[in-house]
Write a protein that binds this ligand. Structure first.
Ligand SMILES: [Zn+2]
Length: 270
């Protein structure tokens, strides 16, 4: 059904996304994105190289929206932040990014007691196994702040997660210095603590959506790692340390102290 709907949308609304990025002032764009503050000159150059390759390699399909070239460039810069020290090959398991004008509404029949109950949910983004990444374009435009929330990073981390065995389960490929058994133990420990915090209505820098499973915990912790790293480091220092080893980055060194918040995740990404 999803595929039929998207085919119909494509026929009706798809626009040529082969924008010309030659006119994009990459340096100015980087300075306008708060999340890129603190990256050094070499890192910004590498990020721009990756972003251009990303835009060349990935097929971007806007359905009912008209992104400008500099907006797509800003999205690509931030999309490449997690793989700044890994390389674009880590995004080899998807080819298409679909941009939608509004959240995806899902209605599912769930077992409830002895019967069934219909539950609706709203998604700002989705990462399909063996399929594209779907993003709600107006929400993508909110990305880039030190606010703990980042739709593009969230969905692309699901794709990194799927690289190991094709499914999102919080277990991405093993990285040097991060044995997968150590990673799993820490994720399970943090998962229990996040769920306990939310059940007790205590402050937590990770959104309640992290309690949906280790896959969501990995995606939400990564959002926080890149866009509220000081809060993550303060509350879950060992998880922060493992993520820093995994991504080979230390964003807490980049975050301006005055932008630290105790909370910061809007739960709608899928
Ligand atoms: Zn998710």
């Amino acid at each position: 059904m999803k595929h039929c709907l998207l085919s119909w949308w494509r026929r009706c609304f798809a626009r040529d996304a082969n924008a010309n990025f030659a006119a994009v002032d990459w340096g100015r764009l980087c300075r306008q994105i708060p999340l890129l503050q603190g990256l050094n000159g070499d890192e910004l150059e590498q990020l721009q190289r990756l972003a251009l390759q990303f835009l060349r390699q990935k097929s971007i399909t806007p359905l009912g929206v008209r992104p400008r070239p500099e907006q797509l460039a800003a999205m690509a810069l931030q999309a490449c932040l997690p793989i700044l020290y890994l390389g674009l090959d880590w995004y080899r398991n998807f080819y298409e990014i679909i941009l939608l004008p509004a959240p995806v509404e899902r209605h599912e029949e769930l077992a409830f007691g002895e019967g069934w109950q219909e539950e609706g949910s709203s998604h700002l983004g989705e990462a399909w196994e063996q399929g594209p990444v779907v993003l709600v374009w107006p929400e993508v435009l909110h990305d880039g702040q030190w606010d703990g929330y980042h739709l593009v990073i969230h969905e692309l981390v699901h794709k990194l997660d799927m690289l190991a065995d094709g499914v999102a389960n919080g277990m991405p490929p093993e990285r040097p210095g991060v044995p997968i058994a150590r990673w799993q133990r820490e994720l399970e420990t943090v998962y229990a603590e996040v769920c306990r915090c939310h059940e007790a209505a205590q402050a937590c820098c990770l959104d309640e959506q992290a309690c949906d499973g280790l896959d969501e915990l990995f995606a939400i912790a990564s959002e926080c790692f890149f866009s509220q790293p000081l809060a993550l480091q303060a509350q879950f220092p060992e998880l922060y340390r493992l993520l820093a080893l995994w991504y080979q980055q230390d964003p807490a060194q980049r975050q301006p102290r005055e932008t630290r918040r105790r909370h910061g995740h809007a739960a709608l990404a899928g």
